[in-house]
Design a protein around this ligand. Structure first.
Ligand SMILES: Cc1cc2nc3c(=O)[nH]c(=O)nc-3n(C[C@H](O)[C@H](O)[C@H](O)COP(=O)(O)O)c2cc1C
Length: 162
């Protein structure tokens, strides 16, 4: 990603893409026709632990915003890292009608910090299988946060700022 780029997308309540900006299309290497109405996991990279996405959805379901570092997949198999902020998208009636995500280029130091954490979470998931895996990898993440005397939000925001 370029320093001043913003990747933007919107989804419905199920995570199906309803809007993608041009930079999204360029980075994903997909035209709008391959993105609209498609599940956002179309750009999911296999190195990403499921626990991170479970945590993301749990956060959104509580009507809270999520911050995180995400490795995404391009159509040709390449990848790009983003610093993502995902928020509920409210209609005029005050009801959540979908979700909204804005991503910026993450600092290299943050990528270096989360890569081993995600690797360990992925290894835990692979050992535990698809049913138990995400819960177990979230347990590992919570323990990591406790050991470092921090919260998920503080960890991520500090990694972004530093
Ligand atoms: C607004 C919004 C943006 C999202 N952005 C991404 C993203 O950039 N990359 C990604 O892999 N998943 C993203 N997700 C999460 C996906 O919906 C999905 O949960 C994830 O890719 C894991 O796929 P799975 O649930 O099929 O395992 C986003 C979800 C929402 C609601």
């Amino acid at each position: 990603m370029a320093e001043n780029d913003f990747i933007v997308s919107k989804t419905d309540l199920k995570g199906r893409i309803t809007y993608a900006n041009r930079i999204f299309m360029q980075m994903a290497q997909r035209p709008e026709s391959e993105l609209l109405n498609i599940q956002h996991n179309i750009i999911r990279h296999p190195d990403m632990p499921r626990g991170v996405f479970r945590f993301l959805w749990d956060t959104l379901k509580q009507n809270e915003e999520f911050f995180g570092f995400v490795k995404n997949l391009c159509a040709n198999g390449d990848y790009y890292w983003v610093f993502a902020n995902i928020t509920p998208d409210y209609g005029f009636d005050g009801q959540v009608k979908g979700y909204y995500s804005v991503r910026r280029k993450p600092p290299e130091s943050a990528i270096q910090a989360v890569t081993p954490l995600y690797k360990e979470m992925l290894a835990i998931e692979q050992r535990a299988g698809p049913k138990e895996g995400p819960g177990k990898s979230i347990d590992y993440l919570q323990q990591f946060l406790a050991d470092n005397n921090t919260s998920y939000r503080d960890l991520v925001l500090n990694l972004y700022k530093n």
